[in-house]
Design a protein around this ligand. Structure first.
Ligand code: ATP
Length: 352
């Protein structure tokens, strides 16, 4: 048996012969893995999911599910024969069927009721099994949809922005539950979202799409700490960019020289990615930077800082450290790790 659940090679989709929604997508999802597909609106997330589900045909490339070619130049397996379960934003439940009947729908009449009871219990809805969709909350309906998607024991579960209709509180709770359920059942899943935090929470790996291109695929930590492009660094959030010039002993910036050596000619113009927690500062009457604003976030504050050039940076500080807007400050550059550095938008490796 193959250890790979899904393999896409050179997957390309052109709508109406003119809009290329996906260019040469290559990706693999291992069995039992949750892959979060992430990117801004219109980048091709739903298109990739619809191709894998079999709702649309690729213009080029192939898709293999559990080792079987399901889409390619000479082959197209319809959605119902691909062994794929789906959960969508609008959770499309049958309104005239109870939660239990929705979960059993599509199962053979002879399937043991136990299986349906087990699934309802797994999603925490056994006590609401006889309710109709309109008698359930958005989060509960979403859990019914997940139980239904899992009922046929699919090889793969596809989830397209499944929580986007829920309010922030419920969304956080249900994503924890859904991840736990997918892991308990050992399911392989592809989860589409445009929310970075949700992707990092849900995904064992993340695939970041931009304009139909796969920008980067990797663990949440890899994507966050080693973005391969300026786009990924910016898209993952909480990032400011500081311009610099390559000099003999590092990178010259308006905050001083960052002792990071790169394989670039002296004089090259680069940009450094600064996360909010990379930047530290302290009150200094002679400091040439200034606190512009403080945003209270509960256990921490985010400070908006102005550099001598007028450029803005953000810094995170513990809620106990309070500094007033207008305070003169000195920004310190002791990052304790290498900063992601970009040349013409692409990451440059730091020389050892
Ligand atoms: P969102 O986050 O807004 O849902 P997405 O990343 O899921 O976006 P897709 O729905 O895959 O993006 O769309 C990718 C591109 O393909 C967009 O430019 C979109 O306008 C275009 N597109 C999608 N579906 C069709 C279609 N049926 N016909 C023509 N163009 C389409």
């Amino acid at each position: 048996m193959s250890e790979v659940a899904v393999n896409c090679t050179n997957l390309t989709k052109i709508y109406d012969g003119e809009t290329t929604a996906l260019y040469d997508l290559n990706l693999t999802v291992k069995k039992g893995e949750i892959l979060a597909v992430l990117g801004p609106s219109g980048c091709g997330k739903t298109t990739s999911l619809r191709l894998i589900a079999g709702f649309i045909r690729p213009d080029n490339g192939e898709i293999f599910i559990d080792g079987e070619r399901v889409a390619g130049k000479t082959r197209f397996v319809p959605p119902e024969k691909r062994g794929v379960g789906m959960v969508f934003q609008e959770h499309a439940l049958f309104p005239h069927l109870t939660a239990r009947a929705n979960v059993s729908f599509g199962l053979h009449k002879k399937s043991p009721a136990l299986q349906v009871d087990y699934l309802l219990k797994l999603v925490g809805l056994d006590h609401l099994a006889d309710r109709y969709p309109h008698e359930l909350s958005g989060g509960e309906r979403q859990r019914v949809a997940l139980a239904r998607a899992l009922a046929t024991k699919p090889i793969l579960v596809l989830l397209d922005e499944p929580f986007s209709n829920l309010d922030a509180d419920r969304r956080t709770r249900i994503r924890e539950e859904v991840r736990a359920i997918l892991k308990t059942t050992g399911s392989t899943a592809i989860f589409v979202t445009h929310d970075q935090e949700e992707a990092m929470y849900m995904g064992d790996r993340l695939a970041v799409l931009n304009n139909g291109h796969l920008e980067q695929i990797g663990s949440p930590e890899e994507i966050f700490h080693n973005p391969k492009s300026r786009f990924v660094a910016e898209f993952m959030g909480n990032t400011d960019f500081l311009p610099g010039t390559i000099v003999d002993d590092g990178i010259q910036t308006e905050l001083g020289v960052i002792p990071q050596r790169m394989d670039l000619p002296i004089g090259s113009e680069v940009e450094l990615a600064l996360r909010f927690d990379d930047v530290d500062f302290r009150l200094d009457e002679k400091g040439s930077s200034m606190v512009l604003a403080r945003h209270f976030k509960g256990s921490y504050n985010i400070y908006r800082l102005r550099l001598p050039s007028g450029r803005l940076l953000h810094a995170m500080k513990n809620h106990t450290e309070l500094l007033r807007p207008g305070s003169p400050i000195r920004i310190t550059l002791d990052f304790g790790h290498n900063l992601a550095c970009f040349y013409a938008g692409k990451a440059v490796e730091v020389k050892k």
